[in-house]
Ligand binder design. Sequence first.
Ligand code: G3I
Length: 438
Amino acid sequence: MLPKGLRRKKSSACFLLAVVLILGTAGCGGKNGEEEATPSAEPGITAPATEPTEPASQPTQPEEPTKAAEPTEIPKEVRTNFYVSSLDEELPSLSEAWKDYFSVGVALTANELNNEFKTDLIVQQFNSMTCGNEMKPDFLLDRAKTLSEGTETCPVLSFRSCDGMLQFCMDNGIKMRGHTLVWHSQTPDWFFMEGYSNHQDAVFVSREVMLERMENYIRQVMEYVNTTYPGVVYAWDVVNEAIAPGDGEENGMRVDDSLWYQVIGPDFVEKAFEYARKYADPEQKLFYNDFNTYETSKRIAIVNLVNKIREQGNIDGIGMQSHIGMSSPTMDDYETAICKFAETGVEIHITELDIGLDSDSEENLLKEGKRYKRLFFLLKNLMDSGKANITNVTFWGLTDDGSWLNKDGKRYPLLFNQLLETKPAFWGVLLDDGIPLY
Ligand code: G3I
């Protein structure tokens, strides 16, 4: 293993050159045909035809003995080893590679920051972070203190869970996505009850009281974070997962398991954004975040919701979580969703990217790398063609073993394995030549 100080010194210039060289075009919804079909020629990827070196008519020149020979084209070495230990070698940096396009983020749990090898890797690779859980309402709401020091309309919060993560970001120049303010999940039922009761026979507070609780919650989170760690949070997931067309509402809203909807009514999303805008720093961006955003009915409902909030001036972006599979969604459907969202005029964040691969065979890990490459190739093309303003891509976890998907220990969704080695997925995200696109 190289001494720590030496690990970071290798240049990533070759890699950057490769990224810059890859150019392409994309159209929204303009692609037809089978998703996995092999294109005869992929625009922008195939190397340009070699120029003739010497026109036939050109007179021969006498050789200059002192001049070095013209550089001949050196064939580029194509990577074949995809498993590089971040402990031994300096890796090209994802955030550096994509810096002209979007920030690159990672979701973490607080305890991952106790591992020095991980923090080295995080600082090297990412310029955005999301708390996997530590900034959610069930972590911030302090029931005991709310009962003793709060009021019926103002809960008491504690930020112990996320303080260390915010401090880490501040110390290392990493920005944070604030995740998440208003969500039906990971928000305790007692927050919706009279007297903050957690008894079985507890009753809901009125809509008016709940709106005040919501405003006071959002205000306190924003005031604390923005005062204690100024400039760290650059985007807030104001409302998470409020759309669930399966619940049968005309507007596509989640009803069945959303106490927010049940206590306040369908305008709880608009109210949340109104309060968020009121207390956010002016430069902070406000996002609506959801999963399976490429499903048609969900996509349409999100566009309608966002258009409404945009008219009120209270939203800046859509977060596409992107917990995707190996073959679903198709790249075409994913592209269509991005384009439809971009048409609303807001920014796009890919907020929780991972791929639900359930096999670690060499073949499948390579396929995963290929899928990541295709996805990033698409994102790049959408940006290059001005079709979408994608400003952040965040991976939902650092290593496979730490992924939320990995309850059975047999999931391989991310870019690094348990040993902090790169997987083909990492090189796919870098559009490395060693990973085939198709
Ligand atoms: O906090 C309790 C702890 O007290 C208890 O001892 C322990 C025992 O299992 O559970 C802890 O709660 C867990 C919590 O994470 C915090 O670690 C829950 O069981 C577990 O279900 C929960 O999972 C999180 C999940 O959200 C819950 O909805 C995942 O870690 C987190 O990655 C995941 O993140 C969500 C995004 O916020 C929104 N989009 C979907 C994404 C994946 O589900």
